[in-house]
Design a protein around this ligand. Structure first.
Ligand code: NAD
Ligand code: TDX
Length: 335
């Protein structure tokens, strides 16, 4: 099988490339990534030189480049490439629409032209909007995105659906909850808090800290996508989540405890505009229909993750010293 993975130099994409080369050593994997601030080829050092792995630097909005790549006998396209950070989407929504909506459509056109056997769109639970105190997101929950990021992801999802309905393109859409694990860019909650705590910096909690996210260890996400590629029923959406709802405050206190740092580092800052209160995924469909089961509990996953950031300080220190500085200054000021 020949897979085109887009955004494979990012957090989940690079974990997925590594996972797939381990699980399916005979598959050919082509990774296309524009290497934005979030793309980092260092994540893929362990697979460099593998004859079944190739990397191409290109933008998914580039029609000619995507045509040339997918025209090389690609069987399955897995689309991870996206602008992925909610806070950045509030600062500059335009690039989110470009990559997440237009980029998806460019890929869909090439996938249709070359009749790929499947197009898998990696989406997010954020397209469902926010939950109150009760209930869970199912695949039937209406899309009511609240941020420019989630609206752009919903736009991409709707195009994927439309290419299936209109042109018969064989597609699946996966919508997962918050991922955590190795190689996550230190702008997202867990790596941000670990890296700031290690430097004895302030830990910025938005609002009251009681917003809830449903955490999924990245490797468990990868195993779910692998199942969807092989066994997902064409045209279907699959929600992926590990039943790990936690408040942000719980996450931050766990990190502080694990690192032996004081709670006095916690700093309440202005809330994120449009901040979704609670996400919670109902994974019944993928569990019952595809037999997916996560391997990690949150308690083991978070410990392994914190340990990874402790062991790989150079990785995140290098990232934080580059382009990231400009964003951090805008988002967090001098704190
Ligand atoms: P990430 O920001 O770490 O990585 C995104 C990758 O896409 C980067 O390597 C970047 O260089 C690349 N990219 C961006 N724009 C591109 C373009 N125009 N052309 C080609 N490449 C481009 O993101 P992530 O956290 O790994 O998320 C991957 C996917 O999973 C995204 O589609 C995201 O919406 C989705 N998702 C993420 C989470 C999460 O918790 N991280 C949860 C649910 C869904
Ligand atoms: O400094 C912070 N302080 C804070 O309180 C940051 C960065 C976040 N938060 C809060 C906001 C959220 O309630 O922590 C929670 C998690 O924030 P993020 O890590 O930014 O993730 P989230 O907004 O939930 O979105 C993530 O999960 C769904 C990914 O970034 C998306 O790509 C994915 O679709």
């Amino acid at each position: 099988m020949k897979l085109l993975v887009t955004g494979g130099a990012g957090f989940i994409g690079s974990n997925f490339v590594i996972y797939m080369l381990q699980q399916h050593p005979d598959y050919k994997i082509m990774n296309v990534d524009a290497l934005t601030y979030a793309g980092n080829l260092e994540n893929l050092k362990s697979v460099e030189g593998n004859p079944n792995y190739t990397f191409v630097k290109a933008d998914i909005t580039d029609v000619a480049a995507m045509d040339a790549l997918i025209g090389q006998g690609v069987d399955v396209v897995v689309n991870f490439a996206a602008e992925s950070h909610v806070d950045r989407s509030i600062l500059e929504p335009d690039v989110f629409v470009k990559t997440n909506v237009l980029g998806t459509q460019v890929l869909l056109d090439a996938a249709k032209k070359y009749s790929v056997t499947k197009f898998v769109q990696i989406s997010t639970d954020e397209v469902y909007g926010t939950l109150g105190a009760t209930g869970l997101f199912t695949e039937e929950t209406p899309l009511t995105p609240n941020s420019p990021y989630s609206a752009s992801k919903a736009g991409g999802d709707l195009l994927v659906r439309a290419y299936h309905e209109t042109f018969g393109l064989p597609v699946n859409i996966t919508r997962c909850s918050n991922n955590y694990g190795p190689y996550q860019f230190p702008e997202k909650l867990i790596p941000l808090m670990v890296s700031r705590a290690l430097n004895d910096g302030a830990l910025p909690i938005y609002g009251d800290g009681l917003n809830i996210r449903d955490w999924l260890y990245v490797e468990d996400h990868c195993s779910a996508i692998d199942l969807v590629i092989h066994n997902g029923v064409i045209g279907e959406v699959y929600n992926i989540g590990g039943n790990n709802e936690r408040t942000n405050m719980h996450i931050v206190k766990t990190i502080l405890e694990e690192l032996g740092k004081p709670e006095s580092l916690i700093t309440y800052v202005q809330d994120r505009p449009g901040h979704d209160r609670r996400y919670g995924i109902d994974p019944t469909k993928i569990t019952n229909e595809l037999g997916w089961k996560p391997k990690h509990t949150f308690e083991t996953g978070i410990k392994e993750t914190i340990q990874w950031y402790l062991n790989n300080k150079e990785w995140w220190t290098r990232i934080q010293s580059g382009e990231y500085q400009k964003y951090a200054a805008l988002q967090y000021g001098s704190r």
